[in-house]
Design a protein around this ligand. Structure first.
Ligand code: OXD
Ligand code: MN
Length: 595
């Protein structure tokens, strides 16, 4: 497939260590993919679903101990510990290579090693970066075929160069005690072992497109961010683009594919999805920030996806999709998950592979769920009804606004605008949210998640903030930076804001601000809308007073938050830029003055 010495020598070394029975190169062809699907079905690795209702769709179940990313077992292996920083787990590269070599040695005996040449972003484009993933899992191959651009053209574009990300994945024994997801940014290398769960093994995604890419971005002057990208088309045909960063499972995929409320759709507004999870951003010749989605598919959370919450995602999954850890509906050989509809199947198998009795389902007891809360669909971007026509534009799209967000029951208002790029970077650095099921560990605990990148920065968090600040000085026409919180609750714990498609009302205010078309109130935290400037026409139960409540800045809870931020900054450590401390001190002073 290639004469590239770097590629050949590296594969030789990895094969000597893992000792597969055979090596198969993935060429990106449909014939090869089809043969692999058939093989996976013959061994039980995948189940072919009803081809009339769900053409080319399959179901896979992971091991029960292997259902989410494992931050505790994810390492950044830089030669100096301080370069990985305090927020990441660190291991010395030599120690990590030695430890994992033991686990990899002979792990592919009796198995096949698949060689997947893939590109993040469009092959040959200025944004493109290439990777090769070696894996002994057909499931990984089939997912990578959906999530990235795979094929011989990648090898052609790579030519004789050694500039590619070397990814090695072995399932080994799926032993959680020996599960490691390790990144060697100085060597362009990722080693993953003892997992079969997407976020740990689809190495193009979090491992490459965020952790390694963020490291490369800092070195090369661009940004890799945990952001969706969407376009809002105005009735006159002009489209404005927004990037938004939210911690895992805060509704990024839903926002990326939102359906405009009637108020806007009847006037001719449309929303287009460019990406739902990752954005790579570069400064364009025109001085604006341009973004691409480096992925080629969606690895979305299934539970909660339905005709109301996200019809576009649901339709995207109707063909060519791999479902992982959802319910197998034996009534018609399809799939089901909590929140899909109100008709759970009575003859069904749960995500663990056991007979599932839907009558025993109790919302409060996760163990009665048929689908795992972090069950997923892997679906092709090109099957998405609202995919932007710019999705395959190698130049990307120009970004007007960057939106940060999180789940905050009380502190953050529905929306506010930072006062500058620098202040916006600070707003990103103090983001916080409640944990969800996408990562293993406690659910429902508030944690600080700067730029939604806490688990994904491939180097020291303080240096990452410094990179944000530096980027602000080289983007002459930088996007404006905002913060949103769709999750504010009333005293009974109920969400006040309807969310979903109605979030467009907030995005319209954001874009109006970018164009200088609407005034706002300056508060200690930044610019907050006048309640009447967010359009609530046709919204049930939301009055001007509700809007005022949603937009209040509670000084006391912010002052409490400031203390928590100070602790977090101390935890991030020595490399927090002084500018961030200055911003924090200024925020505290403004809050105190407003008391
Ligand atoms: C994801 C995540 O996108 O965990 O899977 O952020
Ligand atoms: Mn994500």
């Amino acid at each position: 497939m290639t004469k590239n010495k770097f590629v050949i020598n590296w594969i030789d070394d990895m094969a000597k260590m893992t000792q597969p029975d055979k090596i198969v190169w993935i060429d990106g062809s449909e014939e090869q993919a089809e043969a692999l699907r058939a093989e996976a079905c013959s061994t039980g690795e995948m189940i072919k679903l009803n081809q009339e209702l769900l053409p080319n769709c399959y179901l896979h179940r992971t091991a029960v101990n292997d259902v989410a990313r494992v931050e505790g077992r994810t390492f950044i292996c830089t030669s100096k510990k301080e370069d990985a920083g305090n927020i990441n787990n660190w291991m010395a590269p030599s120690e990590c290579y030695a430890k994992l070599t033991k686990l990899y040695t002979g792990s592919m005996k009796g198995r096949t090693m698949y060689v997947i040449p893939y590109s993040m972003s469009i092959v040959g484009s200025p944004f493109a970066k290439y990777g090769i993933e070696l894996t002994d899992s057909i499931y990984v191959v089939l997912n990578m075929l959906i999530m990235t651009r795979v094929g011989t053209d990648v090898l052609e574009a790579l030519g004789e160069s050694g500039d590619f990300i070397k990814g090695l994945h072995a399932r080994a024994d799926i032993d959680e005690e020996n599960r490691y997801i390790c990144h060697f940014p100085e060597d362009n290398t990722i080693w993953s072992v003892n997992s079969g769960y997407g976020g740990n093994v689809l190495l193009g995604k979090k491992c490459f497109a965020l952790r390694i890419a963020s490291y490369l971005g800092r070195k090369e002057g661009w940004m890799a961010e945990h952001m969706l990208i969407l376009g809002i088309e105005y009735p006159d045909g002009e489209t404005k683009y927004v990037c938004a960063a939210f911690p895992s499972a805060c509704g990024k995929t839903n926002l990326a594919m939102l359906i405009p409320p009637e108020l806007y759709s009847k006037k001719g507004y449309k929303v287009w999805c460019v990406g739902d999870d990752i954005a790579w951003l570069r400064v364009g010749e025109d001085g604006r920030l341009w973004a691409v989605n480096p992925e080629n598919g969606f690895f979305g959370v299934a539970p909660g996806t339905n005709e109301n919450s996200n019809p576009n995602a649901l339709h995207t999954t109707m063909k060519d999709t791999i479902f992982t850890n959802v319910v197998h509906n034996l009534e018609n050989n399809t799939v089901w998950w909590e929140g899909l509809d109100k008709n759970p199947p009575h003859n069904a198998i749960d995500w663990k592979g056991n007979v599932w009795d839907c009558t025993k389902y109790d919302k409060k007891d996760k163990s009665t769920c048929g689908a795992h809360p972090n069950s997923r669909f892997t679906a092709k971007a090109t099957n998405c009804p609202c995919l932007s026509k710019e999705f395959n534009n190698p130049a990307g799209v120009p970004i007007s606004a960057i939106v940060f967000g999180g789940r905050r029951a009380k502190t953050a208002p529905l929306v506010y605008q930072s006062t500058s790029w620098q202040n916006g970077a600070f707003v990103g650095s103090i983001m916080a949210s409640e944990t969800t099921a996408a990562a293993a560990g406690a659910v429902g605990v508030v944690r600080r998640d700067p730029m939604a990148m806490r688990p994904f920065v491939g180097y020291d968090m303080g240096d990452y903030w410094a990179h944000w600040l530096k980027m602000g000085t080289v983007i002459p026409n930088a996007p404006k930076i905002f913060h949103v919180n769709w999750f504010r609750t009333d005293d009974n714990g109920n969400f006040i804001w309807p969310g979903f498609g109605d979030n467009m009302r907030v995005l319209m205010w954001i874009l109006a601000r970018c164009e200088g078309k609407v005034n706002a109130n300056i508060t200690p935290i930044g610019y907050v809308p006048n309640a009447e400037d967010i359009n609530i026409e046709g919204l049930d139960g939301i009055t001007l007073d509700t809007m005022k409540e949603l937009l209040t800045v509670d000084v006391d809870s912010w002052l409490e938050d400031v203390q928590n931020i100070k602790e977090f900054y101390a935890q991030v450590g020595d490399r927090v830029p002084q500018t961030m401390y200055d911003e924090l001190a200024a925020l505290e002073a403004r809050l105190n003055a407003a008391k």
